[in-house]
Design a protein around this ligand. Structure first.
Ligand SMILES: C[S@@+](CC[C@H](N)C(=O)[O-])C[C@H]1O[C@@H](n2cnc3c(N)ncnc32)[C@H](O)[C@@H]1O
Ligand SMILES: [Zn+2]
Length: 304
């Protein structure tokens, strides 16, 4: 299946790309494709670069064990086969989740603006990925049945668009609100947006712990990690008709255990582990760390 209809992310006029360049006939902005369309040419999300195949494995397992069952439910509700669903992974990272969903016949597409996109070329197939900002998506209204997002919204609205900072920009609420409203805008009905991130109300954060082994402790008032009430508010502000619910993280945090992950005091797993140590001999286990660290929220699209 080809890409869904594209729009200019700046002014939302329809785009009609032919070849590797397109100019918006309304605002004149230009976009190019070098293998993948770049709809966020001025935005680079910076992050520590690690060839972290554990993270990639997590993307795949999450798609298999958590997203796919959820998508089957949605397909039943929509009274169509799951293979007729179109899904956006909004901040898809390496794209392994998209690859898995496509292997199941689902029309999955990924967007991201960070270094992990370098791996898209190795995906099978390599094309359904775009550089695009979750706050200004290049898709027409109602183009997707589901939008999934894991570990992205807490990095939206961070000063300097940096994955290594926890300092929010003064207008971070606006940025996060836009991220949620864009996900809802491109959703058709019945549809579902799944947002997951470590819960800001929980003082333990297992995900952003560089240098703070074994976890990051923070005040529940620190604004970096969103709380349920904030997510619900952003969703309701975007569309008062959506239902917002908290769902169980069961099977969400499937990951590959790294047997060699015994860190010396002060050693940072995200910086110091070589590919070798990350990659080898992992027993596949399912994590239930969600009880402490992460929860996900679901918004359902209204009838359009
Ligand atoms: C912690 S990684 C999670 C990747 C993937 N979702 C996963 O499950 O492993 C966060 C990702 O969000 C991406 N990201 C950050 N800000 C974004 C934005 N405004 N729009 C799209 N992607 C963004 C980063 O480039 C990075 O790949
Ligand atoms: Zn335009």
């Amino acid at each position: 299946m080809p890409l869904p209809p594209l729009i200019c992310p700046a002014c939302r006029a329809p785009l009609d790309p032919a070849g590797a360049r397109v100019a918006c006939s309304s605002c004149g902005r230009g976009y190019t494709s070098e293998g993948h369309w770049d709809f966020a040419p001025d935005l680079v999300f910076t992050d520590i670069e690690t060839p972290c195949h554990v993270e990639e494995q997590g993307e795949r397992l999450r798609a298999e064990r958590f997203y796919l069952p959820l998508l089957r439910e949605l397909a039943d509700q929509a009274e169509k086969p799951v293979t007729e669903l179109r899904v956006l992974d909004d901040g898809c990272g390496f794209g392994a989740g998209v690859e898995y969903l496509r292997s199941q016949g689902i029309d999955a597409i990924g967007v991201d603006v960070g270094w992990r996109s370098q791996e898209w070329q190795q995906r099978d197939p390599p094309w359904p990925y775009l550089r695009a900002d979750g706050r200004a998506l290049p898709f027409a209204d109602g183009s997707f049945d589901a939008v999934v997002s894991f570990g992205v919204i807490e990095h939206v609205g961070i000063a300097g668009e940096s994955g290594v900072s926890e300092e929010v920009a003064p207008d971070y609420q606006e940025h996060r609100g836009r991220y949620v409203s864009e996900a809802l805008r491109i959703l058709r009905s019945p549809g579902v947006v799944v947002l997951s991130q470590p819960n800001g109300s929980c003082p333990v954060d297992f995900w952003h712990y560089a240098g703070r082994v074994p976890a990051r402790w923070h005040s529940p008032r620190q604004p970096f990690l969103p709380r349920y009430r904030e997510l619900a508010r952003w969703a309701k502000e975007a569309d008062s008709a959506v239902d917002v619910e908290s769902v169980s993280p069961h099977r969400l945090l499937a990951f590959e255990r790294i047997p060699a992950l015994e860190l010396a005091p002060g050693e940072s797993p995200s910086k110091d582990l070589g590919d070798e140590r990350q990659h080898r001999g992992g027993a596949q286990v399912e994590g239930d760390r969600g009880q402490l660290g992460a929860f996900e929220r679901v918004g359902r699209g209204r009838d359009r």
